[in-house]
Design a protein around this ligand. Structure first.
Ligand code: OYP
Length: 577
């Protein structure tokens, strides 16, 4: 018999009694010494089954399990989920291998339109829209705000020294009667800086080297045209071999420069924004919660629905996606050593601040950008989550003192900060919790990251990556050094080949499609809380989510390109894929 989450306590002697609907209690509130002893035994047992392990140094630690088969039944996929997961991927790969065969047997692969032969429509209006508009500059800018990686763009007050863009170069992109200097001062210039990609080891696929660049891209918030790219340099050191590409260059040169930026974007998006900053961060909360909080603890009850299936999907990711012979090694430029080096660099500078959306937007200086739906929706969701969590916390903790005195909670934060996020002196999360506010923010970070933030990065991946030239997973030729020498032949030799493109489409479809057994944000299949005041807070939370839902729907009405990734009904309650 499998329980989704074990909520039992030993009540009488050794008889296990399952109470899912009991009153939540912190250690101090548990009156009898017998119940206190049961809490202890439960935790000892759990700490035997759920153990920390270092999968690789320099990234968050994770659950000790070689494969998902080592995980306790309680945290495994249900049958329905497992068979769907396994079938959908086979289906996609099979479908695409037929297309691949068709192309192998004599059809050409020498023009961008050839990508249409393997392109899957699959009811994704955005993917189709992308295929039509991916070359347009406004569309490039739009994706910085509302694509799958909406956290890369930052305001640029002063040009980086290694990116010597001059006023003359970009004058033709400017609105009348202004120039680069004025716009820098006015705060209308933005930057994408992929310095983190510089020198990352590159993959070799079927004997052929793959290539990586470390681009810089300047953008301008144009009064009429919106956010548009105005200059691109493909490497971090400027020089004769690293020209600054401009919109007025030969069209194929500008296009290839943008593709190189988008190729870096693929890596940063999948490995850093998606894998590291959602999957691996949430796994730390998962393991600590299972190890340190008994099932009757209010914080356990609060977090459990947001941790469903995360351990299993992450185990599968470690064995099949980022392993030495996984999908990345087979088709992505950062496959092999690169992906770990990249993740380690990001982990070193990962901060707790940056996981809080309000602070992140301020730090990046992007609060003024118009049509930044991701920002607007994230902030609404953060507010709703934070106020729900604060309400729950004040039900179970009457004062800050109660937080300080909750020994189980203190062991939990210690596990998170010292066992999970190890080797991270500048992370900025204390190893003790002293106030209710600190606790609420931390729980809001855990819930926001496992729900909204994961949805924002995961759910659009087919939409934005299915048209491979828009977000290529690898590059097979080095970056261009001569603007005038760029040809279509060179572009086709650079972009992923047929089989790499097929895998990119299959995997992003597999991960990005709606999950059949999804539980949406704020819906709880088990009644962890039965106290009437807690139930009222849950109801209020749902009402707020419904208001956000209506707001987003009406805002999107009639839009050619809709932003619905953060529609509460489409956000899953936990990272399950
Ligand atoms: C697990 O049978 C996951 O090969 C995805 O991983 C795909 C598999 C297994 C493959 C199954 C198989 C989920 C957890 C995660 C994550 C975040 C990073 C996702 C990166 C996706 C990259 C797509 C690559 C396209 C070339």
């Amino acid at each position: 018999h499998k329980m989704t989450f074990p909520c039992y306590r030993w009540l009488v002697g050794d008889v296990k009694v399952e109470i899912r609907e009991g009153t939540a209690k912190t250690l101090r509130e548990d009156s009898s010494s017998q119940l206190v002893a049961h809490r202890k035994i439960e935790l000892q047992e759990k700490q035997k089954i759920y153990r920390w392990v270092t999968w690789a140094p320099g990234i968050p630690r994770c659950i000790d399990a070689k494969t998902e088969a080592d995980l306790p039944q309680d945290v495994r996929f249900e049958n329905e989920k497992r068979s769907d997961f396994e079938h959908s991927l086979h289906y996609a790969l099979l479908e695409l291998s037929l297309k691949k065969l068709a192309i192998r047997f004599g059809k050409s692969w020498n023009d961008l339109d050839d990508f249409k032969r393997i392109f899957w429509k699959l009811r994704s209006p955005i993917a189709e829209y992308c295929m039509e508009h991916w070359k347009e500059d406004w569309f490039f800018g739009y994706q910085c705000l509302n694509g799958s990686n909406p956290r890369m763009i930052q305001r640029c007050k002063k040009l980086p020294e290694n990116f010597p863009v001059t006023s003359d170069m970009v004058q033709s992109s400017m609105a009348p009667r202004t120039n680069l200097d004025k716009e820098l001062k006015a705060g209308n210039i933005y930057l994408l800086d992929y310095a983190i990609m510089d020198g990352i080891p590159t993959n070799t696929i079927k004997g052929k080297p793959q290539y990586i660049a470390a681009p810089l891209c300047l953008l301008y918030q144009h009064p009429d045209e919106g956010l548009i790219p105005i200059a691109i340099q493909l490497e971090q050191t400027s020089g004769l071999d690293t020209p600054i590409f401009l919109p007025r260059d030969p069209p194929l040169a500008w296009l290839l420069a943008k593709m190189w930026v988008r190729h870096s974007e693929f890596q940063v998006f999948q490995l850093l924004s998606h894998l590291l900053r959602t999957h691996l961060v949430v796994e730390v909360f998962c393991v600590a919660t299972l190890r340190q909080l008994p099932a009757v603890h209010p914080i356990y009850k609060l977090l459990a629905p947001h941790l469903r299936y995360t351990l299993e999907i992450n185990c599968r990711g470690r064995t099949q996606l980022i392993s030495a012979d996984g999908i990345f090694k087979r088709v992505v430029s950062t496959g092999g050593d690169g992906l770990l080096v990249l993740a380690q660099r990001e982990y070193k500078v990962l901060t707790y601040r940056s996981l809080q959306p309000c602070i992140d937007f301020t730090d990046r200086g992007v609060s003024q950008l118009p049509n930044y739906f991701y920002r607007e929706h994230s902030l609404m969701l953060w507010e709703a989550i934070h106020s729900f969590v604060s309400g729950m916390i004040s039900l179970y903790y009457q004062s800050d003192h109660d937080v300080q005195e909750d020994l189980e909670l203190q062991a939990w934060i210690r596990d998170i900060s010292q066992e999970g996020f190890t080797e991270l002196p500048d992370f900025g999360l204390h190893s003790k919790l002293s106030t209710r506010e600190e606790l609420s923010t931390l729980l809001a970070v855990a819930i926001f990251t496992s729900t909204a933030q994961h949805a924002a990065t995961n759910n659009g991946q087919f939409d934005w990556c299915a048209w491979v030239p828009n977000t290529p997973c690898t590059m097979r030729q080095p970056p261009p050094t001569d603007k005038d020498a760029v040809t279509m032949e060179m572009i086709m030799a650079t972009l992923p080949d047929v089989s790499q493109s097929c895998v990119q489409m299959a995997i992003t479809w597999h991960l990005g499609r709606a999950q059949p057994d999804a539980i949406p944000l704020g819906q709880y299949m088990e009644e962890h809380f039965t106290e009437s005041r807690a139930v009222e807070l849950i109801d209020r939370f749902r009402t707020e989510l419904k208001e956000i839902e209506d707001h987003i729907l009406s805002q999107n009405e009639g839009l050619e390109l809709q932003y619905l990734f953060l529609l509460p009904s489409r956000i899953e309650n936990s990272i399950t894929i």
